[in-house]
Write a protein that binds this ligand. Structure first.
Ligand code: AMP
Length: 189
């Protein structure tokens, strides 16, 4: 059962407002479905929009932020829980441990790095949690196409492309995360 979802998303506010609106809608959906939001704890960009909307709708939000980043990213002061950890590695480890599944919303390099860490750990069967991207406005379509290209070129198994679930609607993506069954599909051997 999925009770807590870790969401990776952009810290930039310099994006089309529609991305921020979609992040906020996901936050509200979590509150409605009583899913606790686990995220990086910032008050900026999509991260802030999502957390604010979830809290305003009565949801629970857990933030995890490394020491030293509180000022740069502006730690959100109104969260249900805010954990300050030693570094980025601890941040990612704690977010992953707390969550039953992962979602990436549109974001930059930080979002992609976090998404790919969750994916590579799934590929190595370190965890069997569902991972999906909310493909808002086709933001991730080129990335999905690139993964198919990597598989076609033999750098990864086609079956591992399927580790990354995708949907353009948040309720649709949640449904896919809930239905996900991890398969025994070790890397090459
Ligand atoms: P971005 O998608 O680049 O806006 O970054 C989104 C979030 O990812 C921000 O909270 C960043 O601080 C965070 N981030 C960036 N790099 C890392 C990393 N190596 N480990 C953990 N979080 C990171």
């Amino acid at each position: 059962m999925i009770q807590r979802i870790c969401v990776y998303c952009g810290s930039s506010g310099q994006v089309s407002p529609s991305y921020l609106t979609e992040a906020a809608a996901l936050g509200r959906l979590f509150a409605e479905q009583q899913i606790t939001l686990v995220y990086g704890g910032a008050n900026v960009g999509s991260m802030g929009a999502m957390a604010d909307a979830c809290l305003a709708a009565g949801g629970e939000v857990i933030g995890v932020m490394p020491k030293g980043l509180e000022e740069k990213e502006v730690a959100h002061q109104g969260l249900t829980e805010l954990h300050i950890v030693a570094d980025m590695h601890q941040r990612k480890a704690m977010m992953a441990d707390l969550a039953d599944a992962f979602i990436a919303l549109p974001g930059g390099m930080g979002t992609l790095e976090e998404l790919f860490e969750a994916l590579t750990w799934a590929q190595l069967e370190f965890h069997g949690k569902a991972i999906g991207v909310l493909n808002s406005q086709g933001y991730f379509s080129q990335l999905l196409a690139f993964l198919s290209h990597a598989a076609a070129e033999g750098f990864m198994h086609e079956r591992h492309v399927g580790l990354l679930l995708e949907d353009s609607s948040a309720p649709g993506l949640l449904e896919k995360l809930r239905n996900y069954q991890p398969q025994q599909q070790s890397k090459w051997w």
